[in-house]
Design a protein around this ligand. Structure first.
Ligand code: PLP
Length: 452
């Protein structure tokens, strides 16, 4: 049955509540309603095509309706769509775990599945806390994290990734975390250079972590790029230093690679740039090529073995979800990883990363209302301000980022800004022409809104 646009709009406005959306504004507007995808394009019910410039919220890898991925799901459907992982196993879940351990940084050995980035992080937190309890270090109940990090919207992940704007109403539910200032020059160290910012951030982390080392269970961080904070990049040396500080103080290191994992930064995992293996690694988004909700928390044999014992000891990790390790998700994840290898996705990204870098620095950085541009691989944040010299922000009511988004949409490109920070996150096998289109359109959109 084909439903016309006006009916869909009425039903959307009558029944839906969209995530991270001011519904009053949404309901006063004409929604863009997607009906299908084709390669790197989204197609709305009017038949208009849009380049998927943020990879459907940072998860799409090879595009939409990719034959190999579609076929993997169909083949799995012929076998079984879902069966539980609690007390049972299944073929694709086993195969995917083996594959993940093969490609993960050396030292990670066990895979615990769930279904979203937030749950992958919750699991990491619970694993870390229980690990220390089981080891008899019962005072280690605190978590350290980076200021303005984002780890998802469940209570544990909100606690460690606290953002005043997003989470102030839920403060009462959240547990305190030890906050460390990341080496983000533009936000925290404007009057210093990159090296001074790096040293200051490392010194602060050293001091705070060593002061609290007896009560800390773990440090959680997004390595190289704090995504939802607005693409706050870190130098590789920061990741190395944080790993050393954790080792020196005997606390666990958890990397949240929900956004940076699966090629986004130009290597399979961001931590590879620094040659660091965390104790726990959180993965989601790109794990299924952006097809189905699946996540994984990987850890070491050392952590895993602390949970072993007789049932009556109740050392078990009592955590699980109905759809933990869903077979359809595992099947498409396997096909996704197969495509990564067969199509040399990461190798073929490198020239495009260089092209992005070049155009961002030659054309975007010099625009009068672009105050800062940050990039790691195919993760880009372009920060817009009203006054470049004083770095004065636009007042929120001007909704500058949103306006650039609408301009881009008029020009057939879909992006989604974070406030006045424009995000570019193309699918990893985006073509040269599509990447050029994305940059041309965003450039024109910025000029139309900020100079028009
Ligand atoms: N961690 C990071 C670094 C993220 O960027 C996100 C989502 O953007 C999450 C966790 C939460 O993932 P999900 O939306 O799948 O719960």
């Amino acid at each position: 049955m084909v439903i016309d646009y006006d009916t869909l709009k009425r039903l959307d406005h009558a029944y839906l509540w969209h995530p991270f959306t001011q519904m009053q504004e949404w309901m006063a507007d004409d929604p863009c309603i997607i009906t299908r995808g084709d390669g790197h394009y989204l197609i709305d019910v009017h038949g208009r095509k849009y380049l998927d410039g943020v990879s459907s919220l940072w998860c799409n890898v090879h595009g939409h309706r990719v034959k190999e991925l579609d076929d993997a799901i169909r083949a799995q459907l012929e076998r079984i769509a879902h069966s539980t992982f609690l007390g049972l196993s299944h073929v694709t879940g086993i195969q995917l775990a083996q594959k993940l351990i093969e490609i993960a940084p050396h030292g990670l050995q066990r895979v615990f599945y769930s279904d979203s980035g937030a749950t992958a992080v919750e699991i990491a937190l619970k694993m870390a806390i229980q690990y220390w309890q089981l080891k008899g270090e019962t005072k280690r109940t605190q978590i350290a994290s980076l200021a303005e990090s984002y780890h998802g919207d469940t209570v544990g992940s909100m606690s460690i990734g606290y953002s005043e704007t997003f989470h102030r109403f839920h403060k009462g539910l959240l547990f305190p975390a030890l906050r460390l200032t990341p080496p983000h020059v533009f936000r925290y160290y404007q009057r210093t250079g990159e090296l001074a910012a790096l040293n200051a951030a490392i010194n602060e982390a050293k001091a705070k972590i060593s002061q609290n080392k007896d009560s800390l269970a773990a440090l959680v961080m997004e390595p190289l790029m704090q995504g939802a904070a607005g693409m706050w990049s870190q130098p590789v040396d920061y990741v190395k230093a944080m790993s050393e500080i954790c080792r020196d103080n005997g606390i666990l290191l958890i990397f949240d690679e929900v956004a940076t994992g699966f090629g986004r930064t130009g290597k399979m995992f961001a931590c590879e740039h620094a040659g660091v293996t965390p104790d726990i690694l959180c993965l989601a988004k790109g794990i299924t090529g952006g097809y189905l909700p699946l996540a994984a928390t990987l850890t070491t044999e050392e952590i895993f073995s602390a949970f072993l014992g007789e049932y009556k000891e109740f050392k078990t990790f009592f955590h699980g979800h109905t759809y933990t390790g869903n077979p359809l998700g595992c099947a498409v994840a396997l096909a996704n990883l197969d495509l990564f290898e067969r199509e040399d996705i990461i190798g073929r990204m490198q020239a495009k990363i260089g092209y992005l870098q070049q155009r961002l620095s030659d054309e975007f950085c010099v625009l009068p209302h672009v105050s800062d541009v940050r990039q790691w691989g195919f993760m880009v944040g372009i920060e817009l301000v009203e006054e470049k010299n004083s770095r004065m922000n636009y007042p929120p009511e001007k909704r500058i980022g949103h306006k650039v988004n609408l301009e881009a949409r008029k020009r057939s490109v879909m992006i989604r800004p974070l406030g006045d920070i424009l995000i570019l996150m193309p699918p990893l096998n985006v073509t040269d022409d599509e990447l050029k289109l994305l940059l041309d359109v965003v450039y024109d959109g910025i000029r139309a809104v900020t100079e028009g």
